[in-house]
Design a protein around this ligand. Structure first.
Ligand SMILES: NC(=O)c1ccc[n+]([C@@H]2O[C@H](COP(=O)([O-])OP(=O)(O)OC[C@H]3O[C@@H](n4cnc5c(N)ncnc54)[C@H](OP(=O)(O)O)[C@@H]3O)[C@@H](O)[C@H]2O)c1
Length: 361
């Protein structure tokens, strides 16, 4: 790395090979940050570099194999020539095929967050200004929301009441995921309350994330969980019809907006100590197939048509979100002073195009 690059602020990014983090890494590199990035193995670092040869010498990879091991992050802070100015923590389990909800979802999510915060506090020094946590709207909404009627819109003050016992007793991985994100975020705020740190915390809470994929792809199994259930599953034969198909949540945001919000949040003073809701608008199985059929006639015979005017599944009335406070913070983080979301149709088009380009559908 040249000395010029080294003089730019240094960011530590976790889980860099993931769907969302790949976009964050692309923006960090593009905006000239010095980046150290974690992945779980050397092979995964090599996959990122094979996918993005132009990132050579622009990112340094460090391996963190297991969040539940002793002091998993200490070695990251021992050797950097330039201390970190910022941490963006994204790595957390998001696969619904698990056999042990506590061990595979809840523990790594919570432990990963608390351990990196502890290490950042103990070894990060005074250069470290901000810790940005990729949270989730599932730590704000209520997993047991009554979908038969629209409730009071959620705000940044809401917390999901779901418990680990409920997820484990029902053997429900979506609930397990909701618990993992809620507990990880709650642990982060508790840590900040109990310690006087040199850095502050900003948590970004997106709902279902879809969008083009720039992470390493080696076949259909590389489609990330949410792009699969929200989009690919309507093309790859998983759903033969729309009747009876439901989503766990009915709001979405495009991955490019998620990535941009994280990098903007590094230097946005309004983001300090905030939870930030990140939602573009409504998503439903019918809205997704409507967009695919309209824009990809060649795929139409593989995609169930449903009833194009019945936008939400019968009886489903999802509660909305009051995003006024979050929109103000997001706007403050932009050069233009204005935050605009990518809409559903563009997001679906770009996602399907990226699936076609990668030959995964
Ligand atoms: N996609 C969404 O709709 C959505 C919505 C809200 C929030 N989020 C959050 O966004 C973040 C990234 O999600 P994504 O959609 O990009 O999923 P993803 O592609 O599956 O990325 C997850 C990343 O976390 C790493 N990871 C998973 N389990 C881990 C563990 N036990 N120890 C260490 N690293 C682990 C993965 O590493 P490997 O590749 O080695 O498994 C990968 O780098 C997560 O925090 C997720 O909760 C996602």
């Amino acid at each position: 790395m040249s000395s010029a690059e080294n003089s730019s602020p240094h960011v530590l990014l976790t889980g860099a090979n993931g769907f969302v983090a790949s976009h964050i890494l692309a923006i960090l590199i593009n905006r000239g940050y010095t980046v150290t990035a974690t992945v779980r193995s050397q092979g995964k670092a090599e996959d990122v570099m094979k996918t993005h040869p132009s990132w050579k010498n622009k990112v340094k990879f460090v391996i963190v194999a297991d969040f539940t091991s002793a002091k998993p992050f200490d070695h990251l802070f021992e050797s950097p020539k330039t201390p970190y100015s910022y941490v963006i923590h994204t790595a957390s389990p998001l696969k619904f095929q698990v056999s042990d909800i506590r061990k595979e979802m809840i523990e790594p999510a919570e432990k990963g967050t608390t351990e990196i915060l502890k290490t950042a506090h103990q070894h990060g020094g005074t250069a470290l200004k901000r810790f940005v946590l990729l949270g989730s709207a599932v730590s704000m909404l209520n997993s047991f929301e009554d979908m038969s009627k629209e409730g009071k819109p959620y705000t940044e003050k809401d917390w999901n009441p779901v418990t680990a016992e409920q997820a484990v007793d029902r053997n429900d991985p979506v609930l397990g995921y909701n618990v993992s994100k809620t507990r990880a975020e709650a642990a982060a705020w508790k840590f900040m309350k109990q310690n006087t740190t040199s850095f502050d915390l900003a948590v970004i809470n997106p709902d279902i994330i879809i969008g083009p994929m720039i992470h390493p792809i080696s076949g259909p199994q590389s489609i990330n969980e949410t792009n699969h259930f929200a989009i690919a599953s309507f093309i790859d034969g998983t759903h033969k019809e729309i009747d009876g198909v439901t989503f766990p949540f009915y709001h979405f945001v495009d991955v490019r907006d998620v990535a941009r919000s994280h990098v903007d949040a590094l230097e946005n003073s309004s983001a300090a100590n905030q939870r930030i809701i990140l939602i573009s608008g409504l998503i439903s199985p019918q809205l997704v197939v409507n967009s695919i059929c309209k824009n990809f006639p060649a795929l139409a015979d593989r995609v169930p048509k449903g009833n194009p005017s019945q936008i939400l599944p019968p009886g489903v009335h999802p509660t909305g979100w009051d995003m006024r406070v979050s929109l103000g913070i997001l706007a403050d983080g932009t050069k233009e002073g204005k935050w605009e979301y990518i809409g559903l149709e563009k997001s679906v088009i770009d996602t399907v195009e990226s699936m076609i380009k990668n030959s995964v559908i």
